[in-house]
Structure formats: structure tokens, C-alpha cells
Write a protein that binds this ligand. Sequence first.
Ligand SMILES: Cc1cc2nc3c(=O)[nH]c(=O)nc-3n(C[C@H](O)[C@H](O)[C@H](O)COP(=O)(O)OP(=O)(O)OC[C@H]3O[C@@H](n4cnc5c(N)ncnc54)[C@H](O)[C@@H]3O)c2cc1C
Length: 384
Amino acid sequence: MIDPLLNDKHQELREQVRAFAEEEIKPVAGELDERSVFSVELTTKMFEMGLLRINLSKEYGGMGLDTLSYIIAVEELARVDASQAATVAAHNSLGIDPIAVFGTEAQKRHFLPKLAGGKKLWAFGLTEPNAGSDSNNTETTATLRGGKWLVNGKKIYITNVASEMSGGITVQVVTGEKSGGRKELSVILVDRDSPGYLTEIIRSKMMWRGADTGMVEFKQVEVPEANLLGERGMGSQIMLSTLDGGRLSIAALGLGLARGAFEMAMEYAAERVQFGKPIGNFQVNTFKLADMATKIELARSFLYKTCWLKDNGHPFGKEAAMAKLYSSEIAREVVNEALQIYGAHGLMKENPIERFYRDQRILEIGEGTSEILRIVIARHLGIK
Ligand SMILES: Cc1cc2nc3c(=O)[nH]c(=O)nc-3n(C[C@H](O)[C@H](O)[C@H](O)COP(=O)(O)OP(=O)(O)OC[C@H]3O[C@@H](n4cnc5c(N)ncnc54)[C@H](O)[C@@H]3O)c2cc1C
């Protein structure tokens, strides 16, 4: 495909990740999904390929590549298996990014090389039982005592938090009270090997069954005072600006999933014969395929433009929300139509389209539901 924003390095990376996804992930994706297993082997290979440190600067052990490179990698992984794409997306944009952007030099030197080359994944803990979209309702607390934060509380539905490869988490916590009784929200980096840090894998889920989703509970966990990220009270600012970048990853996941489903539908529509001709030759299906291709192209163009804005230092929060909203909605539409083209065969477990149908569903919920994103976009437009 020709894209004016892509250079030769982007194309090379795309080919490299696509070959890896086809050769190493595709043969096992169905089984990992069926057994609901996170693959240490695949994640180790993705670390070795540099996919888990793409954007991080070389100074801290990263690949030093641009946002577009990262997005292309997530897109190519999601074209084959959303679970592996989710592992990579969460580690890069939610794990590494807030530390790289808001960390002190000492924090960056301490944490980032481990997350780049130490084969340790890092999680991002915003969601709690009583704080989903309403993240200001965080209940996890951190109290400063004798030079240490004492953390208590629980985070749920967290990516990369519970497998043996998880190294720790960046969490939003309540550190005090502001004027008017509002919570003072701050962000703390918590190592997994801290006593009182308890994790549980959530296996019984509809989608991303090959990714690590879990919950973490903090019971009197002691954290060095120096692990405060940014200033006290900057919690929302850090977490929400991290989500701007994270939304680009979800958009890339939607784009990749849609592409994978579309390619499968194209193939099947050409080979399945009914009433004496390939079903793709019936105009209703031809139009479906044309609509799917159009939506994918539009999602891609807008996402790549948003990456360009980010890489060139322009504000991109509104566009990231739009890209995530659009890609996740067209992913649902494209995968749904692709499955329709497969007929009953598409409903069978042995057909990957069935997994794609489940895997896309989270995209309209995680990192800002579609309803919340419409509110975010409206606010950017000046509508209260
Ligand atoms: C597989 C998976 C991985 C995840 N990974 C992470 C992670 O790594 N880190 C993390 O912190 N979280 C993670 N999450 C959590 C995810 O970000 C939340 O599920 C999401 O933010 C929505 O919160 P909620 O599910 O509590 O929904 P709620 O906020 O309870 O919303 C329920 C419904 O109400 C609607 N709603 C809520 N408020 C409003 C409003 N003001 N106006 C209109 N409608 C509204 C929502 O749009 C939604 O339709 C993950 C979730 C899953 C399933």
C-alpha cells in the first residue's frame, strides 16, 4: 500500500512485524485464546525484536522510533492476534510512556532500562471497582509515613499486571484532600516484589484471552517516597495525558483487527460458491467489501495523520479521541460484516473470524468508552 506519511523504514518494520505475526503468532493464536493463556514465549520474542520498547529513546535502552512505527507494529500484530497487540500496546503506551514523560532523571534511569531490555512488563492502574469512567473517584490511598508511601486499595481489569512477566504498576492514588473536599490524586510507581502486592489473573473473559488481564490488591504496601511520579496532585493530568497516547494504540488495534477480518472475508467471498457463483460476485457482498475497504482506508489515514501531529509536537488529544472512536466503531462494523460473509462457518471456533468478533468488542470500552470519547471530543469543540 502507498502512504505519503510512510518512509522506507516504516515499510521495512511493517514487513518484519507482519512476517513475525504470520509465522510465529498465527499458528498458536487460536489455541492461546481457547486455553486463555498468556504466552511468555511470544512476549519474550517480542522483547527481543524490540517491539516492547519502540518509542523509548535509545538513551534508556529503547529503539528510538517514532509514533507511526509503533502504531504500524500494533496494527500488524492486531491483524493476526489482538491479544499480542494488546500486550505490546499496554506496555509501550501505558507502561513506559508515563515514566518517560513525567519521570525524574533518577526514575527514568532506575525503571526504563528494566522495562526496555529486562523482559519485565509494566502496567497502568487507573480502573477500580468504583472508579471506571469516573476515574476521579479513585479509592486506593497512599499515606506518607517515615519516608515511605503506604499504599492500600485495589485496581481491576488491568493489562500486564498478573503474569510472571509483570514487573509492577503505575497507579493513581489518593494522597490527601484539596480545598472544597476534593481528592488530591497522585501517581506512584509500585514494584511487584513489594510485600502486600497481591495479583490475580482474570481468565474468564470474552476477549483478549491470550493477553494478561488481572487485578492487583495493595495491602499496606510500602513504596519509597521517591517513587512519586510528577508532583503531588498531578494524578489526573498524568493519567489522562497518558490515555491520549494510549488511544492511538486502541485505534491501531481497531485498524489491524478490521484489516485482518477484511482480508479473510475477501478470500472467503472469492472461494465460497452458492447459486453457481462465488458469493463475492453478488452485488450486496461486493458493496459490503467496498464499504469495509473504504472504512479501513479512512481509519488508517486519520490515525497516521494523528501520529504525525504527535511526533511533530502539535496538540493531538482531540484527534486521538476521534481516531480511537472511529477505528473501534469501524472495527465492529467490519468484523461483523466479515462474519456475515462467512455465514455459519464464521460462528465456529475453528474459524479465526469468531475470535476477531469477540476481540474487537473491548475497543469501544477500554481507555475511554465511546460515550466518554464523544464527551471528550465535544469539550475540545468548546461544547460544555
Ligand atoms: C481487557 C481489559 C483491559 C483493561 N486494561 C486496563 C488497564 O490496563 N488499566 C486500567 O486502568 N483499566 C483497564 N481496563 C478498564 C477499562 O479502561 C474500563 O473498563 C473503562 O475505562 C470503562 O470503565 P467501566 O468498565 O467501569 O465502565 P463504567 O464507567 O461503569 O461505564 C458503564 C457504561 O456507562 C457509560 N457512562 C459512564 N459514565 C458516563 C457519562 N458521564 N455519560 C454517558 N455515559 C457514561 C459508559 O460509557 C458505559 O457504557 C481494561 C478493561 C478490560 C476489559
